[in-house]
Design a protein around this ligand. Structure first.
Ligand code: FEO
Length: 162
């Protein structure tokens, strides 16, 4: 049985993953509106991944007979002004998520909750990958600057994500 503290922290993380889903969906809508369909496709797939992260926690809470609490996930509406600003937001957001996963791991260790600690390892590894990808795309956007050709090319590249 999970402690109250771990249960609350996992439910908070569940909520944060749903917020990530909503945030990336809002970013997809931003790109769709600009007819950057490749960027939009990349964001929709990213949003799906976030939903799967949320459901991993949902399933874990159920397996260990803990309570799932679905709170308000809040608005993800933002006035981004460029693809560069969007991906800076992605990078900053993933750093925040990484910090919150690390805090969860610290809590599981301090509570000697080995099962939850083991469960969270997948998220620790996933965050390394997510930060690396966000950093790579952000770096490309910084390199491209105001180049329309560069943006067109990157849109095409990101649209290949399956
Ligand atoms: Fe669920 Fe992007 O971390």
């Amino acid at each position: 049985m999970l402690s109250e503290k771990i249960q609350r922290a996992l439910n908070d993380q569940l909520n944060a993953e749903f917020y990530s889903w909503y945030l990336y969906l809002a970013m997809a809508a931003y790109f769709d509106h600009l007819n950057f369909n490749g960027f939009a496709k990349w964001m929709k797939i990213q949003a799906q991944e976030e939903m799967s992260h949320a459901m991993k926690i949902y399933d874990y809470l159920n397996v260990v007979n803990a309570k799932v609490t679905l709170n308000n996930i809040g608005s993800a509406a933002k006035d981004w002004v460029s693809p560069l600003e969007v991906f800076q937001n992605v990078y900053d957001h993933e750093v925040e998520v990484t910090n919150s996963i690390n805090k969860l791991v610290d809590l599981a260790i301090s509570e000697k909750d080995h099962a939850t600690n083991n469960f969270l390892i997948w998220f620790v590894n996933e965050q390394v990958e997510e930060i690396a990808i966000a950093d790579q795309i952000l770096g490309r956007l910084k390199f491209i600057g105001e180049s329309h050709n560069g943006l067109f090319f990157l849109d095409h590249e990101l649209g290949k994500r399956a």
